[in-house]
Design a protein around this ligand. Sequence first.
Ligand code: FE2
Ligand code: FE2
Length: 361
Amino acid sequence: MSNKTVSVNNGLEFVRDGNRPLVQDIHIINGQTDLNQLIPFKYNGEEGAPWQRYLDSLHNTWHPEEISMQDDIQQYKGGALTEAEEHLLRWNISYLASADSLVANNFILGVYEHITAPEARQFYARQIFEEAMHTHSYQHIIESLGLDDNGNSMFNGYREITTIADKAEWNMSFTEALADKAVTPGTEDANRLLLYDLVAYIVFESIYFWCAFSHIFAMARGGKLVNTAEQYQYIMRDENQHYLHAVWVVNQIKKEYPKLWDSHMQQRARGIISEAVDLETAYAHDCLPDGGVLGLSVQTYIKYVQYIANTRCIQLGLKPLYKVSEDPLPWMDDMVYIRKEKNFFEKRVTEYRTGGALRWD
Ligand SMILES: [Fe+2]
Ligand SMILES: [Fe+2]
């Protein structure tokens, strides 16, 4: 039997010492257990627990190339989009094309080694696969519509368009801080950096992405880019699980380590969400320069950003930031929570051979 100290982050130390992991040693962070063993389960059996979310996510498997882009290709190449719609589409994909890689990097390089619950790591492994599918989906859209006829402008957009670079850089700063080799998992400083990062990526996956999806859904409601919207629906269903998992992790850390969620942390978490709303507001004026497109005015859009930000505050147990109580884009809620998708764009949802027919859980 070995007496050596167990590292909280790599799961290598238990090999050959013969100890079996005990449930009471497993914690969401700072756990002293063998991270290579999924059993004994600790975070299993309740709705929203990582193991349940992992199992649910397996039923949502889909593939971007199984969604036909034919109608959109005809429409786009036939010049059906107005100048404002074309601008919005390009600014939208310029943000999204590289965004899912930033999320994957954040979990692989930053978050993963701080999380000491094997079931939660299992979900992250699945999430990272899904982020790759999402990047694939944007590539499929870009190639189908021929948006990159001017070189690699879409994937490089997050470096070329200032308001997008500002958002990307802001998120990457959290990853960079957490992934710094000087940060030792399990320490108070590391735990605080982890919480900042998790909040910043809840913003990324469930405020920035929600807002970006609304651009395309608004156009699809008017009969344009319906195939692209369908791709986005599948992505959104996955993102819904990703951000709910992140909220679960933050709330679980609060439960297990209540001292970490002190007034300073709560203030900082609200500050992070508010910084994000400011960046999205600047981007809103840039992607909707003439006041918006049909069904999506710039003012409605900004109100929507604030409304979602308030919702995320509440989910994290924080005081809302803005005086917006009514959802300015209620149809977005339908997209996530109600099974209206089969006739939402008045088209049939493709039945997938992978068994991932669209279902919002
Ligand atoms: Fe994603
Ligand atoms: Fe995601």
